[in-house]
Design a binder for this molecule. Structure first.
Ligand SMILES: CC(C)(COP(=O)(O)OP(=O)(O)OC[C@H]1O[C@@H](n2cnc3c(N)ncnc32)[C@H](O)[C@@H]1OP(=O)(O)O)[C@@H](O)C(=O)NCCC(=O)NCCS
Length: 325
């Protein structure tokens, strides 16, 4: 049994091993291309553990000038728990240490608890970090409820008189709705992120603490927080800086509380609170990145669409490649 570098003749056996180990489930990952790219121009290397000419295990490794990475760790299914994976990982660590790499990293799907357990046994820790990625090859990916190369459609809605509102009981017994007077930027950022993260809300994240504090400190801006069983479950924000037009600027429920009837309750409360300020017009807008039921829900509560705009998503900008060259 020996560990050596990948040879061209290993290609079919290695790809077959990866397939049988369930590593090729993403159709966007082309193993042949991955092998060529890894071995081309000294990008990385593939270690193969071989016994009597048979490939029993593999690991792809490389370094990006800062950290070392391992991909495609795979052991022949009927040769598991013999220490083959550990030997390859040790060889990979040794190789990268020799190249001056101070830290090894690897990516495991959250759903692959087996592999997470395995790496923990080898001394790897779960990092409190979020992995983010973007394709550079132009292949569109689903982003929320649309593809990331599609334009975003914003629907603008309004109502010009107080609508008849049904009395809605929230689906959670112990609840409270309170205006957050003098809300801190920290608490506001928590609410905005907790509610808006799945829907790609980023506008308020662009603001500095000072800019945000100025908006929140404006007496015409009001934030109301819904608590369910003692914990924040949603919020809405009324922006009256353009009175007599009042804007329902932000509205949403935290992901854990969606589907409990709290959204309709909170929207009714928001509309009621808004009309108590006697505006001439109450407006709201929603876009195709938002929860798909937001638009029909606003309409059901009496908002009428008055405009529709197609805009590029914030990341669909012209590349400034020439500036770089
Ligand atoms: C993960 C994998 C490479 C492990 O290979 P292996 O050769 O069986 O692992 P080893 O024999 O080197 O195991 C080393 C130790 O971890 C233990 N171990 C193996 N699988 C484990 C698991 N899922 N959870 C916890 N411990 C595990 C072994 O029992 C052994 O324990 P020891 O400390 O008593 O010696 C193999 O299961 C595999 O190919 N899985 C499918 C592909 C995959 O998921 N790769 C990772 C993608 S991120």
């Amino acid at each position: 049994m020996k560990i050596r570098n990948f040879l061209p003749d290993d290609r079919a056996a290695v790809i077959d091993l990866w397939r049988r180990c369930g590593l090729l489930s993403n159709p966007l990952n082309d193993p042949g291309r991955d092998i060529d790219f890894c071995l081309g121009e000294g990008n990385g290397e593939i270690l193969v553990l071989e016994e009597d000419g048979a490939v029993l295990a593999t690991a792809m490794l490389g370094q990006d000038g800062h950290r070392g990475w391992v991909y495609y760790l795979a052991t022949e299914p009927d040769r598991r728990h013999e220490g083959l994976g550990r030997r390859l990982m040790q060889a990979a660590e040794h190789r990268l240490r020799q190249q001056g790499v101070p830290k090894m990293q690897l990516m495991v799907r959250d759903s692959n608890s087996q592999a997470i357990g395995y790496y923990q046994r080898l001394g790897y820790i779960r990092e409190p970090a979020t992995l983010m990625s973007r394709r550079l090859d132009g292949i569109a990916r689903p982003l929320g409820h649309q593809m990331d190369d599609e334009p975003v459609i914003i629907t603008y809605l309004e109502m010009t008189e107080r609508p008849p509102l049904p009395r809605i009981e929230p689906g959670v017994k112990r609840h409270a709705l309170m205006r957050a007077h003098d809300i801190t930027t920290e608490f506001y950022r928590y609410l905005y992120d907790a509610v808006g993260r799945p829907w790609y809300w980023t506008d308020r994240k662009k603001l500095s603490d000072e800019q945000l504090a100025e908006i929140l400190g404006d007496p015409a801006v009001e934030v109301y927080v819904l608590y369910a069983n003692g914990a924040p479950a949603g919020f809405f924000e009324l922006d009256g800086r353009g009175m007599p037009r009042l804007e329902l600027a932000y509205f949403g429920i935290l992901p854990d509380y969606i589907g409990k009837g709290l959204g309709r309750y909170l929207l009714e409360a928001a509309i009621e609170t808004a009309w108590n300020q006697e505006p001439k017009r109450l407006t709201v807008n929603t876009c195709t990145l938002d929860h798909p039921s937001a638009l029909p829900m606003y309409q059901r509560f009496g908002f009428k669409p008055y405009d529709r705009e197609e805009v590029p998503a914030p990341w669909q900008t012209e590349d400034n490649v020439l500036d770089f060259a």
